[in-house]
Design a protein around this ligand. Structure first.
Ligand SMILES: Nc1ncnc2c1ncn2[C@@H]1O[C@H](COP(=O)(O)OP(=O)(O)OP(=O)(O)O)[C@@H](O)[C@H]1O
Ligand SMILES: [Mg+2]
Length: 436
């Protein structure tokens, strides 16, 4: 049995927003990070991954449950746990070496030892020769390396990496990731466990011994997959491709055809976030899927390559297609339904009508807006009304984005209109209906 280092037991966390309402971000999170493992954490934006990492690092307290570090409750930031963020605030007036030494200086480590340790880490992370450079003289990838060096120089027992590679271009990110794995495999760093948050499914499968998928609203661990392959892994190996497929399947599970699964997430609720997917993307992917190359079916990773969408974008559009009944998702595959085929074959007006019908049936927010407009004598309502409703369950940014999506979809289906200047939503005018 591997030794636990950090344990989260039934951890919960809520935040209070500006208007005083409280929002549960994490609920019932159970997770143990063991000695000797790399764990990857995947999940939708806003599902609480960063919050969970901050709690594990002792930077934020949990409101519910327990956080144990070596079996003892964790109070405040622990020396052995270091976090690496997506972008670093390097001090622009300090050299690479001085930036790396900051944490050691704060701990009162004598100068000679600081220099020795920072030189060793700078060398390890591939920045030799740049000790005296200022941050502005470095590329993005090199700056990120400085950030990682800053964490490594503290010789942390646990490294928590929050999208540490995602601000970098693909190749730079891959190289940096490979370098870290090499240091880990060769035992050149004293770190005993690594947790990485990623938006990239392939990255997670290439790095981790375990992949966890987070559920949203509230955030909690939904599923987990063990990856028993030795590292370094080759991304074109069959086993690796199969695991990547499986993780896609885990990430889209429950978003498969409503009614087909008992999971609560299968059916949208009124206050749920809508993925930011526009009509052009929905139609583009549906048309691509039904072309003579795909014949109505595709493997999601393959579709990602064909469309050049990021994992997040691809998952969003796939989930929307499934929610609307235009496709089914299972085991990392997407299959167009007869309704989806009918949609592609239809002309503009029929497409609009089909889309509208599916919206009213499967997207409660759109149905709610239509219903409210129909009930109101003026047939004209401020968007603020719906935003306020969404803010009960979503943060301000998600609420705005969700309403924008609902409005775009509803306008396309001609269910309602929107006046930008006044921010009002109204029923389509009778004139417009006659003209069309
Ligand atoms: N200090 C805070 N005050 C209020 N709300 C917060 C705070 N920190 C996070 N939140 C909210 O908690 C939710 C989860 O945020 P978090 O950053 O943990 O998500 P995430 O999964 O890391 O998302 P992403 O993938 O976009 O980084 C969001 O709705 C966010 O707005
Ligand atoms: Mg985050």
């Amino acid at each position: 049995m591997a030794t636990p280092i950090i344990e989260l037991q039934a951890v919960g966390k809520s935040f209070r927003s500006a208007d005083g309402t409280s929002r549960t971000v994490l609920d019932g999170v159970d997770f143990t990070l063991h000695e000797g493992e790399i764990v990857a954490l995947l999940g939708q934006s806003g599902s609480g991954k960063s919050t969970m990492l901050r709690i594990m690092a002792g930077l934020t307290g949990a409101d519910k449950g327990q956080v144990l570090y070596h079996g003892m409750p964790l109070y405040g930031a622990a020396r052995g746990i270091r976090m690496v963020f997506q972008s670093f605030a390097l001090f622009p007036w300090l050299t690479v070496q001085k930036n790396v030494e900051l944490g050691l200086e704060a701990q009162g480590v004598p100068e000679a030892e600081r220099e020795r340790r920072s030189a060793a880490v700078i060398d390890l992370i591939g920045l030799s020769g740049f000790e005296g450079a200022l941050p502005r003289e470095l590329s993005g990838g090199m700056r990120q390396r400085v950030g990682i060096a800053r964490a490594l120089v503290m010789e942390p027992e646990v490294l928590l990496m929050d999208e540490a590679f995602s601000a970098l271009d693909v190749l730079t990110g891959e190289r940096l990731r490979e370098d870290i794995l090499e240091l880990w495999e060769a035992g050149k760093i004293p770190t005993k466990a690594i947790l990485v948050v990623s938006h990239n499914i392939e990255e997670a499968v290439m790095m981790a011994d375990r992949v966890l998928v987070f559920a949203s609203n509230p955030g909690r661990v939904r599923s987990e997959l063990a990856i028993g392959l030795p590292r370094p892994r080759e991304d074109d190996k069959l086993e690796v491709r199969a695991l990547i497929d499986e993780v896609y399947g885990m990430m889209t599970a429950g978003a498969a055809r409503p009614g087909r699964t008992t999971e609560k997430e299968a059916k949208l609720q009124l206050g749920d976030r809508l993925p930011p997917v526009n009509i052009a993307r929905i139609e583009g992917v549906l048309e691509l899927l039904t072309d003579e190359r795909h014949h109505g079916r595709a493997d999601l990773p393959q579709l990602g390559e064909d469309t050049e969408l990021t994992d997040a974008q691809l998952l969003d559009v796939s989930i929307v297609l499934a929610l609307l009944g235009f496709a089914n998702l299972a085991h990392g595959d997407i299959t167009v339904t007869p309704l989806g085929e009918q949609y592609v074959a239809a002309g503009n007006q029929e497409r609009q009508a089909l889309f509208g019908r599916q919206l009213l049936e499967h997207v409660p927010l759109v149905a709610y807006i239509c219903h409210s407009l129909a009930q109101d004598s003026s047939g004209d309502l401020p968007e603020e009304l719906f935003l306020r409703l969404l803010r009960f369950t979503l943060n301000a940014e998600e609420a705005t984005s969700t309403l924008r999506v609902a409005i775009e979809w509803g306008r396309y289906a001609d269910l309602f209109e929107y006046t930008f200047n006044t921010g009002t939503i109204h029923l389509p005018s009778a004139d417009a209906a006659h003209e069309s």
